[in-house]
Design a protein around this ligand. Sequence first.
Ligand code: PXG
Length: 298
Amino acid sequence: MSGAVYVNGRICTKEEATVSVYDHGFLYGDGVFEGIRVYDGRIFNLEEHLARLYESARHILLEVPLTPEAFKDAIIETVRASGLRDAYIRPVVSRGPGDLGLDPRKCQTATVVVIVDAIRLYPQEAYEKGLRMITATVRRPAPDALNGRIKSLNYLNNILARIEANQAGADEALMLSPEGYVCECSADNVFVVTGGALWTPATHLGLLRGITRDAVLSLAREHGLAAEERVFTLHDLYTASECFLTGTGAEVAPVVEVDGRRIGDGRPGPITHRLNAAFRDLARQVGTPVFAVKDARG
Ligand code: PXG
């Protein structure tokens, strides 16, 4: 079997997996999710992803009907059932089925889904030649409109930016904060290298605090690079020596063009290369083993 889906305690195939059309996740985007990678039978940063999932749920007053331990076991079991050693995991917790009307009190129990499937990646060429990016006209919401820290089922803001990238024939869309500062991309965080130091937008600008972003900040510091979370503008990006994206899917991906301007010399830069290699090493070394995990835990 290729792929498996956990739905409210039951593991089934992709074809068998269904939820109600009355689920408020479907009707209103009322719910939260995660995106996690499995590298050679090891789940990367599972604890960090679960912590973010529970924080997202806590913010929207959504009670996850599983303890973190039970959720972890459900994820491991589903990956094992999928038979995939390299995979993408998509845990989703939605408000659950309820009558029409957006009041969450209509929903008795949250729906818990874990999808494990093959992952679609950027082609190798993207890492060798670099990505092209445009700035979307649509901005990230202000933190007091919809806080970017919540990885919610409301991704229309990001999808609108993604459509702009598609229309422009670009690989990703950069999104600005409501005040016009560089914020993040439709499904990735962004970094620039300037004066030998790394800058990535500060979380208060309204972005998702990416697990890959945090890992890269730590790796950079371990490599003796200065790495700062701060506020900066498109001017800093256009004049940077390097730019790269981080994300569960992208890992560390070089950007060589933004809004028709060449970044640095128009080729993936040395610091991006170093961090990409360091991240790939890390991702393949650490992680929760899926197979024979019962023995490992005693
Ligand atoms: N910003 C946004 C808005 C994201 O959605 C990231 C940053 C990077 O975060 P992580 O934790 O992955 O380093 C994301 C992550 C998908 C998919 O199915 C999307 C993401 C991750 C994995 C898969 O499109 N977005």
